[in-house]
Design a protein around this ligand. Structure first.
Ligand SMILES: Cc1cc2nc3c(=O)[nH]c(=O)nc-3n(C[C@H](O)[C@H](O)[C@H](O)COP(=O)(O)OP(=O)(O)OC[C@H]3O[C@@H](n4cnc5c(N)ncnc54)[C@H](O)[C@@H]3O)c2cc1C
Length: 450
């Protein structure tokens, strides 16, 4: 078959690679002038590539590790010691080993012990999500760890990621976060190891593209799908369409339609909806797509002339700070990899329309400055050598109670048309590892119906 794959993120590229292995010819259409979607890189200068959004892997991320092996790049992944902190009550509290929890004095000793016991119980409590699907994370935390743990630790963290939807988030989501990411035995019991590819995520995308092209397909960047019509006719958007935003209806058509035998779309729900010819997909299915909300990731990447903190990952549990985390990439990967340069991401997740989303990089830095100074009182904007700002509208599906029953199936109801995107990753938290799995699943559903 000639198959169009819409989106050259990890799911789209993996799907096209799998379809190519089965003897089909794929054209991959991508809106952005580069590969990798949410894991895409930018050249930060001197040929160094860095993801637009902070990225690492967990040791449990076996699907992507296996893909590296399969593509002949087994040495690409490095496993590096992570360091985590919580910022609360005016200081950063290390949170890397279980001992740190015991020393975490913002919580009473009783709450600390309850929290530790509750997490260990959850992690040893089996692999069935069902008991957690019908209740909110808030409910479960207050019951298992106490109200203080919710007020001081988990509530601020959930609000950071989900804003005013925090209290509605399903316990299934938190269960996935707390149970799936880490092997709690052996070397990792004391300190977590995180994976990062030696040369960024980019070589993985290149290897997938080469595989697709060897099979006779094309990987077309800066070539979005503007319209998808019956008979699988695709009208592409003109080069530079990404400047017009995300809605395919706003793109100029690039030329006459191309016809395909099947289509796999890996774009967010609203983008998929925007490219469909009216009537092509059943209203019931479209209703499922409309029922899922996303929050936007707003990510400021700073190159600093010195180290900002001693930690790789600092969770912000202070509700006065206007961002949710600082991720100091060069505290995971040595700055020598970047010629001695240092990089810090300031992370945020915001509801659509939030006023911070309208700011430029310098305005945003000015808004963040007092918060950054609270974490490191010496911080001064003169430390900033360069900055980049990225916004990802469909970054985080909002996983509320009963989410599992509202997920749109991969099969759209139109034979030969499959949708595979981050809203279907459940109960795990979405990530590149699960995008690899989803891409393979989408190929399976299209070819075998399973
Ligand atoms: C801030 C942030 C931090 C993250 N941190 C991590 C992490 O540490 N580890 C990890 O594993 N994962 C992380 N993730 C998640 C991970 O990046 C995603 O889960 C994964 O990349 C999703 O892949 P995907 O292919 O399903 O979707 P996407 O990457 O969203 O791919 C969809 C693609 O479709 C393209 N597209 C859109 N419109 C059109 C159109 N009209 N025509 C054609 N193409 C179109 C998009 O440009 C995009 O390339 C993070 C994400 C964010 C936002």
């Amino acid at each position: 078959m000639r198959i169009a794959v819409v989106g050259a993120g990890v799911a789209g590229l993996t799907c096209a690679h799998r379809l190519t292995q089965r003897g089909h010819v794929c054209d991959v259409y991508e809106r952005w002038p580069g590969l990798g979607g949410q894991a895409a890189t930018i050249d930060v200068g001197a040929g160094h590539l860095l993801e637009r959004y902070y990225h690492h892997l967990f040791t449990s991320d076996r699907h992507i590790a296996e893909l590296y092996e399969e593509l002949g790049m087994p040495g690409e992944l490095e496993w590096l010691p992570s360091s985590v902190a919580f910022f609360l009550e005016g200081r950063s509290w290390p949170f890397t080993s279980p001992l740190h929890l015991l020393r975490f004095s913002p919580l009473s000793l009783r709450s600390r012990i309850r929290m530790g016991v509750a997490v260990v119980r959850l992690q040893r409590g089996g692999t069935d999500v069902a008991p957690y699907e019908r209740r909110t994370a808030r409910d479960w935390i207050v019951e298992a760890m106490g109200a203080e743990a919710y007020a001081k630790v988990w509530g601020p963290l959930l609000r950071g990621k989900f804003g005013d939807r925090a209290d509605d988030i399903s316990m299934a989501w938190l269960w996935g976060k707390l149970t799936m990411r880490r092997r709690l035995q052996g070397k990792e019991a004391g300190q977590e190891l995180l994976g990062y590819p030696r040369r960024s995520w980019e070589p993985l995308f290149g290897a997938l593209r080469d595989s697709i092209e060897r099979g006779g397909g094309r990987v077309l960047i800066d070539r979005p799908v503007k319209r998808l019509s019956a008979g699988f006719e695709i009208v592409a958007g003109a080069p530079g369409s990404f400047r017009a935003g995300h809605d395919p209806r706003a793109f100029e058509a690039a030329g006459p339609p191309e016809r395909y035998d099947a289509v796999v779309a890996t774009v967010p729900n609203d983008v998929f909806r925007g490219m469909l010819e009216p009537g092509l997909v059943d209203e019931r299915y479209l209703g499922l797509l409309d029922g899922i909300e996303y929050h936007t990731a707003l990510c400021l990447l700073l190159e600093l002339d010195r180290r900002f903190s001693p930690y790789y990952w600092t969770n912000i549990a202070d509700p006065e700070l206007p961002f949710v985390g600082v991720v100091e990439h060069t505290n995971l990967v040595a700055p020598e990899r970047y010629g001695g340069r240092r990089f810090l991401y300031v992370a945020n997740y915001l509801a659509p329309g939030h006023e911070l989303l309208g700011l430029g990089a310098d305005e945003l830095l000015a808004r963040y400055e007092p918060g950054l100074r609270k974490i490191n009182p010496g911080f001064d904007p003169s430390w900033v050598r360069a900055r980049w700002l990225h916004r990802e509208p469909a970054a985080q599906p909002i996983v509320t109670v009963g989410y599992g029953e509202r997920i749109p199936p991969l099969r759209t109801g139109v034979p030969g048309l499959v949708l595979a995107n981050t809203t279907q990753i459940y109960p795990e938290d979405r990530g590149t590892n699960y995008a690899v799995r989803l891409g393979a699943d989408a190929a399976g559903v299209l070819l075998d119906g399973s």
